[in-house]
Design a binder for this molecule. Structure first.
Ligand code: ADP
Ligand code: MG
Length: 548
């Protein structure tokens, strides 16, 4: 075989490599791919323009160029490899390169023979190849590409090192070139293999990472398939927290609709039917496995297949119960304030004419001609005063008054209010019993505790339309002073009990639904706890004050 054929083959192999790498670079735009392209281009140019003259021992300049290209080519190759592997090039190798360049080019310039100037270049390039081979050997991804590239580089290095000894053997030279070409081809293919293995690996890692994110997110992430076998393709495990059901329990949209609150179902069905609202948020209630309802908010996006048909819906569902409840509370508080304000205005308007009426009654009662009606006048005035008293109580409630907390006896307050409660109760044939134990003084707001007692006793009285026993008791246990108001009514309905304390919750025709809300507030302001025990035999409400 002629040396021309061998060199041409080597060149063709190199050009093929340039194309392969240039293609990869255009696809992925990695810097190390650009370095490899440049390396192979330099190698091709070196062979195409300089190899022949070099073989023929042509001019000095051609030799220097040839050497320069060789150094640049091998450095770029190793640079790319190092970058690809995420490592740093060894300083020692770079220094060796500088020394080798110095000796090689210097040798050519002073006209030394091939063995003097060729050797440093050959040794440096050979070692570079071997070094690169080792880099590829312990790159992250292990596979065929690794072994192939590492092996080919190491062999290429050894083959380069043997060149000075084998080149003079005339018959071997073409085979040497062919071997060189073959090893370069192996390197090129090996790197392409590694490259794909790495890309696949990175992708798998990335998928693992995203999976980790979705599996551990507190929001529920899902994908719903709209074509073929319709149904959920994926639901993240957070669904257990949101609904109490496992992802596997929810197979299709029907399973989800079943646990959506009946009032929200129509809205959600509408969205599903028209596949609209795919960019907006929608909130709805979900019934958990335990039967409790939670507020959920979801955002979803619709995806299309290449033919433009809807293919999947991807969405995120989040538990927003806390936020919704807070919003509702704020709204209720607002209403409560407005109601309080209105009550205050009303009370004021009523009190003014009452004052006038009382004034005239008093005036007329003192006249001689009405002497016979003295008792009736007295009673009328008394009733007016009672009305006034009640209005005052309500007024004190609606005002944002400063709490007038002082050390007082709870029993004294109860006793002071007893006549009023008694009057209320007598009408409904209810017996009121006080059983007051000796209790230490507490920090109390007199008016507020009266209000609390009035609200509780009024509820108790209203709960016993056919009469019964109303008991107001105090006791002292542990670190607490306990006030209890018990009745023998029919108990608080379960639905009401769950929501008791929310304003405007009432089962009574003329009720305001404010009484218990106010009780909770007052208890809260006194750092007391309100407990309820209720059943068919009656209701006991206890307020537990902490001893101070
Ligand atoms: P209102 O008395 O104006 O209805 P409340 O806040 O005082 O408002 O009470 C709310 C509801 O709680 C009542 O409508 C009633 O259904 C229930 N409730 C409160 N106390 C009792 C009780 N002692 N026995 C039975 N039901 C009660
Ligand atoms: Mg009430």
């Amino acid at each position: 075989m002629s040396i021309e054929t061998a060199v041409t083959t080597n060149m063709i192999a190199t050009f093929l490599m340039v194309f392969a790498y240039a293609y990869l670079y255009l696809q992925y735009r990695h810097k190390y791919l650009a370095k490899w392209v440049l390396a192979w281009v330099l190698h091709a140019i070196r062979i195409f323009f300089l190899e022949r003259p070099f073989i023929a021992q042509s001019s000095e300049y051609a030799t220097i160029l040839y050497l320069g290209f060789s150094f640049a080519y091998s450095l770029l190759l190793v640079e790319g490899a190092v970058e690809f592997a995420g490592k740093r090039i060894s300083k020692l190798l770079l220094m060796a390169g500088v020394v080798a360049v110095f000796f090689s080019i210097g040798g050519v310039l002073i006209g030394a023979n091939f063995h003097f100037y060729g050797l440093p270049a050959v040794i440096f390039i050979g070692i570079t190849y071997i070094y690169t081979g080792f880099i590829f050997r312990d790159i992250g991804v292990r596979g065929l590409g690794n072994s192939l590239t590492a092996g080919a580089f190491i062999l290429l290095g050894i083959h380069t090192l043997d060149m000075p000894f084998l080149l003079p053997i005339k018959w071997f030279a073409p085979w040497g070139y062919l071997m060189d070409a073959l090893l370069r081809c192996l390197v090129a293919f090996g790197i392409i293999f590694i490259y794909f293995e790495k890309v696949r690996n990175d992708l798998a890692n990335q998928e693992k990472y995203y999976r980790l994110l979705t599996e551990n997110a507190t929001d529920v992430i899902y994908r719903y398939r709209l074509t073929g076998a319709m149904g959920f393709e994926y639901i993240s495990p957070a669904v257990k927290m949101l609904t109490g059901y496992e992802a596997g329990d929810l197979k299709s949209i029907r399973d989800v609709l079943r646990i959506i609150h009946p009032e929200d179902r129509r809205k959600i069905k509408g969205i599903i039917r028209t596949l609209s609202n795919n960019d907006g948020f929608v909130s709805f209630r979900l019934r958990q496995k335990t039967g409790d309802f939670v507020w959920a908010e979801q955002k979803s996006s619709l995806f299309f297949d290449p033919e433009g048909r809807p293919s999947t819906v991807d969405g995120i569902v989040r538990d927003v119960t806390k936020r919704v409840l807070l919003e509702q509370d704020v709204a209720r508080l607002d209403r409560l304030n407005i109601a309080g304000q209105m009550a205050a205005n009303l009370a004021h308007e009523v009190r003014n004419p009452l004052t006038t009426v009382r004034g005239y009654l008093q005036l007329m009662g003192s006249r001689q001609e009405f002497h016979h009606f003295k008792d009736q006048f007295f009673m009328l005035l008394g009733e007016l005063d009672r009305t006034n008293g009640i209005i005052t109580e309500y007024l004190s409630l609606s005002k944002d008054k400063l709490v007038d907390i002082r050390r007082r006896s709870l029993n004294d307050i109860i006793q002071a209010l007893y006549p009023l409660i008694q009057t209320d109760a007598v009408v409904s044939k209810i017996e009121v019993r006080l059983s007051l134990a000796k209790t230490p003084e507490l920090y109390l707001d007199d008016k507020e505790i009266k209000q609390l007692l009035l609200n509780l006793t009024r509820n108790a009285i209203e709960a016993m339309p056919d009469g019964g026993l109303l008991e107001i008791a105090t006791s002292s246990a542990g670190g607490e002073v306990i006030l209890t108001v018990s009745d023998q009514g029919s108990g608080i309905p379960q639905v009401i009990l769950q929501n008791l304390g929310k304003p405007f919750l009432t089962t009574k025709g003329g009720g305001t639904g404010l009484g218990m809300a106010i009780c909770y507030r007052i208890a809260g302001r006194h750092n007391a706890k309100l407990d309820i025990e209720t059943g068919q035999a009656g209701t006991t409400i206890s307020i537990r004050f902490r001893k101070q």
